[in-house]
Design a binder for this molecule. Structure first.
Ligand code: SAH
Ligand code: SF4
Ligand code: F3S
Length: 466
């Protein structure tokens, strides 16, 4: 930063927001923020949208009608990169029609030197590029672009500062994410996140709780605490507290009905956390616990710091202490050196743990990570293994989903069913989706719903008690 305190920096950025507001006055300008990637990016996008709205821009419904488009990018796998370049090509045509249209790029992809050089040379019509560390400077950078002429690029390699409390505009009025930490220090050998998001930094618990209280005052009912590895929350703080304690405190906030968290690294998940979830009904019965692989050899090469046996034992401990818990996971197939017996081990874990849901990814080589310099596997071989894993995951999670059929459970109403305006859609604490006929209750309310039938991955139900 520039030696300013958090408050001073926020005031400075709010000042740029006012200046831009004077510029947009009476022009009926519109913005669109397009988000790729994880919940961290979703939350960052809420902050960008919040600034744009304060600057006097209204939300556009499509890229074509926007006067400013912000692409908040992800680079965790290669196909994420490809999607951005595709979109930029299309935008060129829009920009030819609307000469004053602005294109801004931010997020994880922008932290990669080769990406920025490519954009500089092949996409000169992009107006503004910034990264993950200086997202709070968006008002200032946009103001410079509006007052100057050429493309602005501002990427920082790292930062020790956390600037919070700038405006944010929630995508959903009833639920939001709260960052509890930034960055990641785990350096799993396939993963680019530590390079693009920097070192792990935890926010003060008091600030997190204050943000939760403010959200509750605005009508938010569900909070998701966000971090790449929430179980290592608290390191380096003046008053260190464990993630379990933080979770407990957040769940005590008045008005908050449900607290979720993402993501838990299996190596650091404590018994204290399992206890806190078990004892507190407001904490979601859902643990996302990325497995990545079931093979000890591959886990070691991935630098994950647990074994197949420890993972299974941990999942068993969670399931036995928290009845009805849903355990979901991420799996990578095709990590360098993976053999058929390694894949058999992954499938064995899926069958033993019985995941309620799993994201299965084909390994994607990320430049600069240790795994990128290992010998890569043949695509067809990976594809075959991937299909086997996917088939197992789908079969088991379908069986798991059916286990609540016939029961009456608490649902948070999230909105009207897209396919039927007379029905609501909501979620169980376990994260399963439920559709049911509209009753007196409204969006953001909690209702007891009888889960009449399981439709594969969601339920049809009826409200029992509003
Ligand atoms: N911090 C989280 C994961 C964040 S990335 C955790 O460790 O649990 C989300 C998921 O993307 C990871 O769990 C992993 O399964 C997947 N992923 C990350 N890098 C990948 C790569 N190079 N190729 C394929 N999948 C990858
Ligand atoms: Fe990536 Fe591993 Fe960090 Fe998750 S814990 S973000 S997979 S390095
Ligand atoms: Fe993607 Fe960055 Fe998240 S790389 S998954 S948006 S932390």
């Amino acid at each position: 930063m520039n030696g300013l305190s958090n408050e001073e920096e926020v005031t400075r950025q709010l000042d740029f927001i006012s200046k831009i507001r004077a510029f947009t006055e009476g022009k009926k300008l519109k913005y669109l923020v397009v988000t790729f990637g994880c919940q961290m990016n979703e939350r960052d996008s809420e902050k960008i949208a919040g600034s744009l709205s304060r600057m006097g821009y209204d939300k556009a419904d499509s890229e074509e009608e926007a006067d400013i488009i912000v692409y908040n990018t992800c680079t965790v796998r290669e196909n994420a990169d490809k999607r951005l370049y595709g979109r930029l090509g299309v935008c060129k045509a829009y920009k030819q029609k609307n000469k004053d249209m602005l294109i801004a790029l931010c997020g994880c992809m922008m932290q990669e030197d080769n990406v920025v050089s490519k954009i500089r040379s092949s996409y000169p019509y992009v107006d503004l590029i910034f990264g993950t560390h200086n997202i709070y400077k968006f008002p200032e950078l946009l103001y410079s672009r509006l007052s100057g002429g050429s493309q602005i690029i501002d990427i920082w390699e790292k930062t020790d500062d956390l600037v919070e409390d700038l405006p944010s505009l929630r995508k959903y009025p009833f639920k939001t994410g709260i960052n509890i930490m930034y960055g990641c220090d785990n350096f799993c050998t396939y993963c680019i996140v530590p390079y693009v998001r920097g070192r792990e930094r935890s926010r003060n618990a008091i600030e997190i709780i204050r943000e939760a209280e403010k959200a509750a005052e605005d009508g938010v009912k569900e909070i998701m605490l966000l971090g790449q590895n929430v179980n290592s929350y608290g390191k380096g703080l003046e008053d260190p507290i464990s993630f379990a304690q933080l979770l407990k405190e957040v769940s005590k906030v008045n008005g908050i009905r449900r607290v979720r968290f993402m993501t838990s690294h299996p190596k650091d998940l404590s018994d204290e956390l399992i206890e806190v979830i078990a004892e507190n009904e407001k904490i979601a019965r859902h643990v996302h616990l990325p497995l990545q692989s079931g093979s000890d050899r591959i886990l070691k090469d991935m630098n994950r710091h647990y074994t197949k046996a420890r993972y299974i034992e941990l999942a068993d401990r969670i399931r036995s202490r928290i009845p009805d818990v849903s355990i979901t996971t991420d799996i990578i197939v095709g990590f360098p050196g993976e053999t058929v017996p390694d894949v058999d081990d992954t499938i064995d874990v899926i069958e033993k743990v019985r995941f309620d849901g799993a994201f299965t990814f084909e390994y994607s080589k990320r430049t600069g990570t240790p795994a990128a310099s290992m010998e890569q596997l043949e695509k067809e071989f990976v594809q075959k293994n991937f299909d086997r894993v996917l088939e197992t995951v789908q079969r088991i999670s379908k069986e798991q989903a059916a286990r609540f059929a016939g029961r009456t459970m608490e649902v948070l109403i999230e909105g009207v069913d897209e396919k039927d305006p007379l029905r609501y859609t909501g979620r169980l604490s376990q994260n399963n989706v439920v559709h049911f006929p509209v009753t007196g209750a409204g969006i953001g309310d909690m209702v007891q719903v009888k889960l009449d039938e399981c439709m594969g991955f969601y339920y049809n139900g009826t409200v029992v008690c509003p």
